[in-house]
Design a protein around this ligand. Structure first.
Ligand SMILES: [Fe+2]
Length: 196
């Protein structure tokens, strides 16, 4: 006895290879949330390079303030976190490291200035390299990078960046140029003006 097999038509998206579907901010979060273990720095870099954002996806996370850049969390679990940061011209971070976390940054709009620093023999902070990152570029934040990032635009151009860190940032170290003193900063502190 033969069995008739009816050929059904699969949904259009099911026939598409995975990589042809747009990798949205939501897809990034779903991917990170489903990971069984901590992503590597390479994983985070590769995921941010896959992002294909539409402006409306970022809109709920955008906030620009005259006196500080802002940071809005999109996702966090025990392994990693995703943040959207907004920067007006001239706004930048303190000189800092990530205290053992590594990550990646994607410039969604504008141009990011990144200054790298090193410690000299006396343990004092000295400048090393500077980079300018254009929109759509992805750059890694490794361990133990010491850097300062910001929107170096001298006009009116704003900047929007997406950051992923693993593990999520807790207390981080801050530095002063030409000094060996190390401070502490809790980026998530509700008192941090960037969060309010
Ligand atoms: Fe950083």
């Amino acid at each position: 006895m033969s069995t008739n097999v009816t050929q059904t038509t699969a949904p259009a998206h099911a026939a598409e290879p995975e990589q042809t579907r747009r990798f949205t901010l939501g897809a990034l979060v779903q991917t990170l949330a489903a990971l069984p273990g901590a992503p590597t720095q390479h994983d985070l870099d590769a995921l941010l390079r896959r992002l294909e954002l539409e402006p409306e996806e970022l809109r709920p996370h955008l906030a620009f303030k005259p006196h500080t850049y802002t940071r809005r969390r999109v996702f966090r679990n025990d392994l990693c976190e995703v943040l959207v940061l907004c920067w007006l011209p001239g706004q930048r971070t303190a000189i800092h490291d990530h205290n053992g976390s590594y990550g990646a940054i994607r410039i969604c709009e504008g141009e990011m200035a990144e200054e790298m620093f090193a410690l000299d023999e006396a343990g004092e902070v000295v400048p090393s390299e500077t980079h300018t990152r254009a929109a759509e570029e992805v750059t890694g934040t490794d361990v133990p990078d010491i850097h300062r990032i910001g929107n170096a635009d001298g006009g009116e151009r704003r900047m929007i960046t997406i950051h992923v860190y693993a593990p999520p940032l807790r207390v981080i170290n801050t530095y002063q140029l030409g000094s060996a003193e190390v401070g502490e900063c809790w980026p998530d502190d509700p008192a941090n003006p960037a969060n309010s």
